[in-house]
Design a protein around this ligand. Structure first.
Ligand code: AMP
Ligand code: ZN
Ligand code: ZN
Length: 398
């Protein structure tokens, strides 16, 4: 008997049990969607674990910059994915979430994604979608991953993750991500206050219900820690509240990237002052900044790929160019990307499982603090030079 206990003791010290974390992202799920009375499963999570008032995204409040901030603990200016689309002025190369070769090329992604940190510590990870998870370099992606394909049914994404979690222990991932685009799509096309949005929120609540069911019926039910979050929120926009920025600067040699809440304007040095002044004189329902004058809280200066002039629409307004002007009928009804302090841009954060406090409400959390939280959970050293800080978030742990 004594020998048996010694063996158990030896096993616990030599092979300490590693935690399990499943992190789920519902794209564009605004902080207040769970207050609409159509989310019984989110309500369950609220009492079962931690629920923050909101999750503040990093600037710009767009999908790729923020998913990569969550997984690296860095502001976009430091991890390099400064927007969904941008050009490197030194090489002329273009990054876009729709350009597969760019999305797969790890040279764009700076910092260290959490799956890389785990890999360095001999811990396996998996991802059924997450921006940055499908790079060609095998050292910089999760052990199990999928190429983004929005036609994959939500149920099969979830079933696959739980199959990975049933693998023999030496092959099994301890960290897995899931991603669902539904609420972002509906928010853009129908608007955050539409009937269709209520239906989408309710549909995603059922998806959460299925995840909770899979956890409950798995043999890791008591070990899985579930984090449910979103990358940003959504606000109503309309063509009537749009400003054509291109018409102001037609005479200049300026290159415009993006439309909607933020426009990045690349100008030759000798024209910078003129372009800036021209936009400044017409500043109405938008703000124009020289890169160096951007408010510090945007953390959007320290990168060569951020152009010299940045135009940011006031909440609810859209920046358009001459091309869009000719397609008035095609306008979207919701958008995001605005000032990350604007409350409509905030997302959700829930966490439940053996490591998290129960029925615990906290104020707004910052998405850059999630990476250091994950490092603390797995007892691994965070990468150097991250922007997040464990102290801002570790109080949600038991
Ligand atoms: P946006 O609303 O422009 O910030 O981006 C949201 C869009 O990003 C969604 O419609 C998704 O289809 C798309 N998306 C999400 N993850 C990926 C990915 N890994 N690769 C390519 N596109 C993605
Ligand atoms: Zn998004
Ligand atoms: Zn979106």
């Amino acid at each position: 008997m004594k020998k048996f206990f010694l063996i158990i003791l030896f096993a616990v010290f030599v092979f300490p049990q590693k935690p399990y974390v499943v992190m789920v992202s519902f794209d564009g799920f605004r902080w207040d969607y769970p207050n609409r009375g159509v989310t019984p499963n989110f309500d369950k999570l609220d009492s079962a674990g931690v629920h923050s008032l909101s999750l503040r995204p990093s600037f710009p409040s767009k999908t790729f910059p923020n998913h990569y901030s969550i997984i690296t603990g860095m502001y976009p200016e430091n991890h390099g994915i400064i927007s969904n689309d941008f050009t490197n002025p030194l090489t002329g190369e273009y990054y876009s979430l729709g350009k597969r070769e760019a999305v797969h090329n790890d040279k764009w992604y700076r910092g260290e994604a959490f799956w890389e940190t785990l890999k360095k510590n001999g811990i396996k990870s998996a991802s059924f979608f997450w921006p940055g998870s499908e790079v060609d370099n095998p050292n910089r992606r999760p052990d199990y991953f999928k190429y983004y394909d929005e036609t994959v049914p939500y149920k099969s994404r979830i079933d696959t993750v739980f199959k990975w979690l049933q693998l023999p222990i030496e092959k099994r991932p301890n960290f897995a991500t899931l991603y669902f685009e539904e609420t972002d799509d509906t928010g853009h096309w129908c608007g955050p206050d539409s009937y269709e949005m209520f239906k989408s929120i309710n549909k995603m609540d059922s998806v959460l219900g299925y995840i909770l069911h899979k956890i409950k019926t798995s043999n890791l039910a008591d070990s899985i820690n579930l984090i449910v979050l979103s990358d940003h929120g959504m606000t109503g926009v309309s063509f009537e509240k749009s400003v054509n920025i291109e018409k102001y600067i037609e005479g200049f040699n300026a290159g415009i990237t993006g439309d909607g809440p933020v426009m990045l304007i690349d100008v030759p040095e000798k024209e910078k002052e003129f372009v800036y002044r021209t936009l400044k004189q017409n500043e109405s329902n938008f703000r124009v900044y020289k890169k160096e004058d951007l408010p510090d809280y945007y953390h959007y200066k320290k990168n060569i790929v951020i152009p010299e002039i940045i135009v940011i629409a006031e909440p609810g307004w859209s920046l358009i160019n001459n091309k869009i002007k000719n397609y008035e009928g095609l306008r979207i009804k919701g958008d995001h990307g605005f000032d990350n302090n604007f409350i409509d841009m905030h997302g959700i954060f829930y966490a439940a499982g053996p490591l998290f406090k129960t029925n615990y409400k906290t104020g707004t959390l910052r998405n850059i603090d999630i990476y250091p939280l994950l490092c603390k959970i797995f007892k691994v050293n965070p990468a150097e030079n991250i922007d997040g800080n464990t102290e801002n978030i570790e109080f949600i742990l038991k």
